[in-house]
Design a protein around this ligand. Structure first.
Ligand SMILES: [Zn+2]
Length: 475
């Protein structure tokens, strides 16, 4: 079940193609580093696609990279470089950022500037249907020719002045106007020579052309941040349905805003953060991912220091729990009630996500299981065979949450944050920790002390717990 902005109802997702869900995602505009609000949406989309995978669907997700728009053209011209060169660094940064947050790569990541021909073809189709007009070398979409205009954002187009039009890619809500499909070239700015004349595409036509090229005329899901509903997605519908006469999207799914300490994020308030700003302040990728995904996507997310602290300790709890399951010694056997308890947790986790991607319910199911299993372990009633069953459940959960791998330090180092290269990789440390556990079991204390010293010399802190499990971290 998934909320659909078009109908404002929670509806069952019914993919058009058997066993496959086709998703289009409005990607980054690469004129600057993406900010933490953008990543809230991208992390949500990642949870959605991972969940669909876990339910046995194939996922075909297309994400665009807007590497041509008003801001890019102006910034590139200002910097005296081509738009391809100007955007390259931000595309690379975006891929590094999404990688750090364990956001899976979409099946197709496509650049607008590689699809000018597809946009020209779409505009030609609209011209043939009489839905456009030319003015001063630009081509506009005449929204009066698309009576359903406004159906997504519920904007009222009555009283709109005929012929009122807008050239900029982004404009205010409550301002329905004919919008530019193709813009006349401006002196000193990048343009393409095409069948419909010289110029460059408007922002909106880019997504319609690329979505339909890769996913067909009707997509299962189109996602984006809620601020894209108008005008961007409204215009996408007008262009696509105007050209094909078919429904463009079955399910419109929008992620709510992220606010910072209760305030709108803005450069002027000094609370505008890129992912790198947060890394520089010592935040870990896993902390940020968890903080972003733990609030259900249709709720506004208040991003605070406390929320980050809570996220960090939640992950610590999960990771310690898994270490305990893997390394502690339990009596042999299995308790039927524990098997049932794990199954119940898996069921609740899946049911939460199936209910409009309710991550709060899903994560609560995980932590309730962790609490119950820890209680049983402390009471000495937890048995070895059930440890494997619980570990399997934790793996299933993490196929979607993706926060268990203890690789934050390595990721941060790669991006140029944090301490210098450690003397040992985590795999080497794991191997030594394992060897030391074996040595202790054999009562070979000489070897176990040697390993402890070796790890200490390499800046690894090893902590033995009462139940025989071992935790370690980079100092
Ligand atoms: Zn878009």
């Amino acid at each position: 079940m998934l909320h659909n902005t078009l109908t404002n109802r929670i509806e069952p997702l019914q993919p058009l193609h058997e066993g496959e869900v086709r998703i289009y995602t409005c990607g980054p505009t690469v004129y600057a580093f993406a900010h933490i609000g953008n990543f809230r949406t991208f992390v949500f989309q990642d949870v959605l696609r991972r969940f669909l995978h876990s339910q046995g669907y194939r996922v075909l997700q297309v994400m665009n990279v807007t590497d041509v728009d008003d801001r890019i053209i102006q910034s590139a011209a200002h910097a005296g470089v081509g738009i391809r060169e100007y955007t390259e660094k931000y595309i690379r940064a975006f891929l590094e950022d999404t990688g750090a947050l364990n956001i899976e790569a979409p099946e197709e990541l496509v650049r607008a500037t590689d699809h000018i021909e597809d946009m020209v073809a779409l505009i030609e189709k609209l011209q043939q249907k009489g839905m456009t007009y030319n003015s001063d070398g630009s081509i506009y979409f005449r929204i009066a020719r698309f009576p359903e205009y406004g159906k997504l954002s519920k904007i009222d187009v009555h009283g709109m002045k005929a012929g009122a039009r807008v050239d900029v890619d982004q404009y205010e809500k409550d301002d329905a106007r004919d919008f530019a499909l193709w813009k006349a070239p401006k002196p000193g700015e990048h343009f393409w020579e095409t069948r419909i004349g010289p110029g460059r595409p408007g922002w909106h036509v880019e997504c319609s052309a690329m979505a339909m090229k890769y996913l067909g005329e009707t997509l299962d899901i189109h996602t984006g941040g809620v601020d894209l509903t108008f005008p961007h997605h409204e215009n996408e519908i007008a262009q696509s349905e105007g050209a094909t006469g078919h429904p463009f999207v079955r399910h419109w799914v929008h992620a709510e805003h992220l606010i910072i300490d209760g305030q709108k994020m803005s450069k002027s308030l000094g609370n505008f953060y890129t992912l790198r700003d947060l890394f520089a302040r010592g935040q870990k990728p896993s902390t940020i991912r968890y903080a972003l995904l733990s609030v259900p996507y249709r709720r506004q997310l208040n991003f605070t220091e406390d929320a980050l602290k809570a996220a960090e300790s939640s992950i610590e709890r999960l990771r310690n729990f898994v270490v305990r399951l893997k390394t502690a010694q339990f009596p042999p056997g299995s308790v039927p009630e524990m098997v049932k308890r794990v199954e119940q947790a898996e069921k609740n986790f899946g049911a939460g996500l199936a209910d409009d991607v309710n991550t709060a319910i899903a994560t609560a199911a995980v932590f309730e299981l962790v609490r119950d299993v820890n209680t049983a372990m402390d009471a000495g009633t937890f048995l070895q065979q059930d440890a494997l069953r619980v570990l399997a459940a934790m793996e299933k959960f993490d196929a979607i949450l993706a926060v268990l791998a203890d690789d934050d330090a390595e990721k941060l180092r790669k991006l140029g944050f944090g301490a210098a290269e450690p003397k040992m990789t985590s795999a080497q440390v794991e191997a030594l920790v394992e060897e030391r556990i074996g040595a202790k079991r054999r009562r070979d204390f000489k070897r176990s002390d040697e390993i402890r010293q070796l790890l200490a010399d390499s800046g690894i802190l090893v902590e033995d717990t009462k139940d025989g499990s071992v935790r370690w971290k980079y100092r």
